[in-house]
Design a protein around this ligand. Sequence first.
Ligand SMILES: *Cc1c(COP(=O)(O)O)cnc(C)c1O
Length: 410
Amino acid sequence: MGKVRSETIMHWDGSMSTREPSPMLPRIPDNDDLILYDYEYNASLIPPVSAAHKGMWRYSALLPLDDQEVRYPLFVGNTPLIAPDPLRQLTQLPRLWLKDETRTPTGSNKDRATALVLEYALRNKIGVVSCASTGNVAVSLAVGAAASGIKAVNFVPAHVSESKLRIMQLAGATVFKVEGGYECAFAFSRKAARLLGWGDRNTGVNPLTLEAKKTVALEIWEQLGWRVPDVLVVPVGDGITMSAMVKGFRELKACGVTERLPRIIGVQAEYCQPLKEAWERGEVALQRRYQSSARTIADGIAVDAPIGAALALHDIQESKGAFVAVSDDDTLHAISILARYAGVLAEPAAASTFACLKPALASGLITPDDEVVLYITGSGLKQPQYLAPERPSSHLVHDFAEVERILSSF
Ligand SMILES: *Cc1c(COP(=O)(O)O)cnc(C)c1O
């Protein structure tokens, strides 16, 4: 049916020739060859259209949407759950998975929330949507709004990542850089939306953001073959990404298809760990004002006053999980490990999930038999300055003899 007819070769000039097929290996064609198949008007070579092409919208029965056709134009959801063998061997965790959210329109999990908020805006003829953001929400809103014909207004900390800022501007968003940091940007954004009647995409205050982000839990369960993992590692800033995950698994339970929640490990940055500290003090809400003077490279989780603090502390407890904090150095190392052993290019906040494995294994939060999913929330391609090779290797050559000389000691 679909097997390669390796004996038939078509050359670029249109001539055909045949070769002996190898009984052992499929023949690798020369660069002027094409691989041909037994087409024969055989429609069964084309896979059926499945619901997967709808991305996150295939869970619309668990989203606050009526059954109108979805208008949002960008593809969101159905990101891969991958099991890189080199990473499993390196970590000695044979049941380790990465939920790879780097492959979304703007390379972060924020695209799910943006999609649902803008779908709502399109249906309700809302022409301007605004947000406050440490970077990824604003990038996501700028790009999603551009594709939807909606105006985006972003409030970001003045020290926002330069490369993320450029993408917002590239997509035509109006950007306010706010001196007082993310907390202040949040207050300005909410006030502007209220005064001017804009759509408010702010995480935690617009319930659609949590609803959309929970779809990732449904995907993980489905991709594992309708199974809940033992442990889920999630980076935590405002806490909504993590609480949305818990809500997703809680709803699977409520639907009667699962029986338990995974243990959730919430990862924070050492330089900014208000929830981890509150957790250790046994608080159920943030009691004291946290101010991190130092700045972590993990901007996606650099939040001093998490909007979802109370919910996050509750959800971690309900899941029988814990908070772990990781250093920037360990996060940088994790970025290079994920690139070299998994082929995944992660930004700092996302790579912090890998950095947390070592302390979590050491303290018994994770055991080697556990099925563990790391939520890789954002792509490193937006912040290439952190894609720093630990052992740089490249060779400038002038002729092939030099290539041979270098390869002789390979
Ligand atoms: C936003 C973000 C997070 C954390 O999400 P919260 O809902 O703020 O907790 C983690 N990683 C990345 C890459 C993010 O952009």
